[in-house]
Design a protein around this ligand. Structure first.
Ligand code: LLP
Length: 414
């Protein structure tokens, strides 16, 4: 459930008309709803409240400081994948002691930074990474808290680009190598084994792969206990899907209930969840303006002022996101491909959409709060859009629209 709905003929974010936002702040423009972010975060937190737990929001989904600060105020933890994300969390008021650090390529500098800031845990993805973390920790005379990301080899049945739990993926440590890798970690002087971790993919709409993965991990935890290696927390990753169109993803409650069933008798184990999309996607939209309507030989095009550089998911994953008029008109609709001004055939926001629109109309692209702005680029020397956070009837600019001189700010002529 989100707080974007039509009121008095115009789409609103909470109590604010998106048409007013567009007129005051221009287009294209991302708009987030604080109440929605909070609602989604609480849905996860409440769902696992019976168990010791920590919700570590996956910063990569939307790393805007405004978004992070809203979640930090709720007491959220964070899942990061770079030193940049760590510094964003801290800049937004997040607690580094509630940060877990994922990713296959952590550099010396990032590991040192994370140890200096006192993060909760490194989710380690390979033996060379274990050795590197041990070495950096030794040079600082500290012990690094670690968990191993185990690749449970379950098929998440999602888009191949966002499926991560299969043997063929670059992520994690193979299930069959888990015990020997934990034993190796246990022998390294400057590591402290804290947990076990996995993340099997994103936009999963079925509970079964999560439960299969959990089951496999719990088996490993028991094997390790028999060897005297005790796991304090189990991080099940993110990946719960959202409704873009006609998907029927499970509610966090159902997901948590399925897991609780398997966690019976394991009250000592802290459960960590890393949801990104399920918190942020439907807490944001992208507003764009129709520039031209163009009749091609075979198709009608609505050329809008947002493009693949602003929202790349349709071009990159053939992702479908709902497109609606901000202020619906009376009349017959026509079928349009909604495309941007970038010079690529793949530059589209949506294909074959029935819309009743005129030039200058405003459209809203739904479910754009996750993997939207964070994946935006300056391709075609386009300024990245503004980001706005609505909170009740208040409107906060949480990132200014870039201006032309920003485009070459870090460049030099000869
Ligand atoms: N934890 C780890 C280790 C991850 O790699 C990810 C996402 C998450 C948590 C959060 O997953 P979520 O709850 O958001 O599904 N750009 C793609 C999605 C890439 C996801 C990468 N990893 C998209 O736009 O669909």
């Amino acid at each position: 459930m989100d707080f974007f709905e039509y009121k008095n003929g115009a789409m609103h974010a909470e109590d604010v008309s998106l048409s007013d936002v567009a007129h005051s702040h221009g287009t294209p423009c991302y708009v987030y709803s604080r109440a929605t972010l909070e609602r989604h975060w609480h849905a996860f937190n409440d769902a696992v409240s019976a168990h010791k737990h920590l919700i570590c929001y996956a910063v990569k989904a939307n790393s805007n400081l405004g978004v992070l600060s809203v979640l930090a105020k709720l007491g959220s933890g964070f899942d990061i994948v770079s030193g940049g994300e760590l510094m964003r969390v801290i800049a937004a008021g997040g607690d580094p002691a509630k940060v877990v650090f994922s990713g296959v390529g952590k550099t010396h500098t990032e590991i040192r930074l994370a140890l200096e800031k006192g993060i909760k845990c490194f989710n380690v993805e390979s033996i060379p990474e274990l050795e590197r973390i041990n070495e950096v920790a030794q040079s600082m005379n500290v012990k690094a808290p670690i968990s191993l990301r185990i690749n449970p080899d379950v098929d998440a049945k999602t888009h191949p680009y966002i499926s991560t739990g299969l043997k063929a993926n670059k992520f994690g440590i193979a299930h069959e190598d888990a015990i020997k890798t934990y034993t190796a970690a246990n022998a390294l002087s400057h590591l402290e084994i804290k947990g076990m971790d996995c993340h099997i993919g994103s936009q999963l709409t079925d509970i079964a792969p999560f439960v299969d993965a959990l089951q496999r991990l719990l088996g490993l935890i028991d094997e390790l206990a028999a060897l005297g290696i005790h796991i304090e927390h189990l991080d099940v990753g993110g990946g719960l899907g959202v409704k873009y169109n006609d998907e029927t993803p499970p509610h966090p409650k159902e997901y948590a209930a399925a897991m609780a069933e398997k966690m019976k008798g394991r009250e000592h184990l802290t459960l960590i969840l890393e949801p990104g999309r399920a918190i942020a996607a439907n807490a944001g939209v992208l507003i764009t303006k129709v520039e031209f309507l163009k009749q091609g030989e075979e198709k009608n095009f609505a050329i809008v002022d947002a493009a693949m550089n602003d929202l790349i998911r349709p071009a990159l994953y053939s992702a479908w996101q709902k497109i609606e008029p901000v202020t619906p008109r009376e009349g017959n609709s026509a079928i349009y491909d909604v495309v941007g001004p970038v010079c690529e055939t793949g530059d589209f926001i949506g294909k074959d959409r029935a819309l009743c629109i005129m030039p200058d109309d405003l459209l809203v692209v739904r479910s754009a709060g996750a993997y939207g702005f964070v994946m935006a680029s300056n391709y075609n020397s386009r300024c990245r859009p503004a980001e706005i956070m609505v909170d009740g009837s208040n409107v906060h600019v949480v990132r200014e629209r870039e201006v032309l001189s920003d485009l070459w700010k870090h460049e030099h002529t000869l």
